[in-house]
Design a protein around this ligand. Structure first.
Ligand code: PMP
Length: 404
């Protein structure tokens, strides 16, 4: 059981009023709010630790390096990665996917195939289009059904020895569907393909075990798990990280540089060119500690309660259309009212203090499938409450009356 009152007290922003009303923040899929320990850790870094890492022999540089590397170890443990050098700091999910797709763009050949799914965020589509264009490989798409679930029978038909990489999300940001990634990974491996999992929407709700999943890459963003913006993680299996070419060239990623030839540093440095977001990387470890202290089992169970309650309450409305009705769903609800533009609803409930996302959620193929311009998306975090859902429902009632 979570003590929601005390958890909410950890998040200073939640006491804010917006348009004269208490803030109800249901845009957690876009970014999560930050607990005081995370906010304090950012200040502490700049007050007490700030120095460049891996460079100086001086005291502060040593301290900064140690704390940064401790954070990597925390994240290694969190993900259950075999080695700490398989855990790369990035600026976020988008960067992580681009790093991997850029590498594959250089090693794939015409005739090779890349598989993504209809449920992807644009950041797990466009980098693969770049890779296909660059290499001459072909991009294939796992279709989805009316419930917003990936069609696994169609997926296995797409697989062949030509398949080199399968890139899918763990949980859909637009619909909340939890995808059967264990099956996807197993089947891809049967034909010798690598698998990248976009965990941007999964990591706020659950703790992935990359060894149990046996995925080849797992990426996520720090800002969605209560950490700072501009942080993220790319987990990659050692054999793949050794095989892929570096993404960015610069300081820290080299072993030796001459004008004739450069050799690269060992992992993880090969992929960490330049001065990283040191404060961000350190504080991401603080966010991971915070979430683990609450416990992901507790988080998952409580968020499912919120999801069930909100779904039940939304079903009270006439003329409501839900998108993404899989039984395997995280705490995300996408819906529309018949004949009303989602943006108009979002704008009115914002006046009542309720923050939701409206639009295509960077997942236009999903919107095209349903033939809609976008949806209203409410996404819940462990610091939200049923009372807030009641406020949300009342705000929607007002919006619907005004717009009907
Ligand atoms: N994939 C998914 C499923 C997402 O939800 C997001 C963020 N909305 C991204 C990728 C991109 O994450 P970021 O913008 O943090 O790089």
């Amino acid at each position: 059981m979570l003590d929601i009152k005390s958890i909410r007290a950890d998040f200073p922003i939640l006491t804010q009023h917006v348009n004269g009303k208490p803030l109800v923040y249901f845009d957690n899929g876009a970014t999560a709010q930050k607990p005081q320990v995370v906010i304090d850790a950012i200040a502490k870094y700049y007050e007490e630790i700030n120095a460049n890492i891996h460079r100086g022999v001086h005291h502060l540089s040593q301290v900064a390096t140690d704390v940064y590397e401790e954070s990597r170890l925390k994240i290694q443990k969190h993900l259950n990665a075999r080695h700490s050098y398989e855990v790369l700091f990035t600026s976020g999910t988008t960067f992580g996917i681009n790093l991997v797709a850029n590498g594959f763009g250089q090693i794939l050949k015409p005739g090779d195939e890349i598989i993504v799914s209809h449920l992807e965020h644009h950041s797990n589509i466009v980098p693969w289009q770049f890779a296909a264009e660059r290499s001459g490989a072909t991009l294939k798409v796992i279709p989805m059904n009316e419930k917003g679930e990936l069609m696994m029978d169609e997926y296995v038909k797409l697989l062949s020895p030509n398949t080199k990489i399968v890139a899918v999300n763990h949980i859909s940001n637009a619909l909340g569907t939890i995808n059967p990634i264990e099956f996807i990974i197993e089947k891809a491996h049967e034909v010798g393909a690598a698998v990248l999992i976009d965990g941007a929407q999964a990591t706020p709700h659950l703790k992935p075990d990359v060894q149990a999943l046996d995925c080849d890459f797992y990426v996520f963003s720090g800002h969605k798990i209560c950490g700072p913006t501009g942080t993220g993680i790319l987990y990659g299996k050692e054999k793949w990280l050794n095989q892929l070419p570096p993404y960015q060239g610069g300081g820290e990623m080299i072993k030796e540089v001459t004008f004739e030839k450069t050799t690269y540093a060992c992992l993880p440095h090969k992929f960490e060119a330049g001065t990283p977001n040191i404060a961000g990387g350190i504080v991401l470890g603080v966010a991971v500690d915070y979430l683990n202290a609450i416990g992901f089992d507790n988080i998952e169970a409580y968020e499912q309660e919120l999801l069930d309650y909100a779904t039940k309450r939304l079903q009270e409305f006439d003329g409501i259309e839900f998108y993404g009705t899989s039984e395997h769903k995280a705490s995300v609800i996408s819906f529309n009212f018949t004949g009303i533009h989602p943006y108009d609803v979002g704008a009115i409930i914002d006046k009542l203090g309720v923050a939701v996302r409206t639009g295509h959620h960077c997942a236009q193929p999903i919107m095209n499938y349903f033939n809609i311009p976008g949806t209203i998306r409410a996404s819940f975090a462990f610091y939200n409450t049923k009372e807030e859902i009641d406020i949300f429902i009342e705000a929607l009632k007002k919006a619907k009356t005004m717009l009907s």
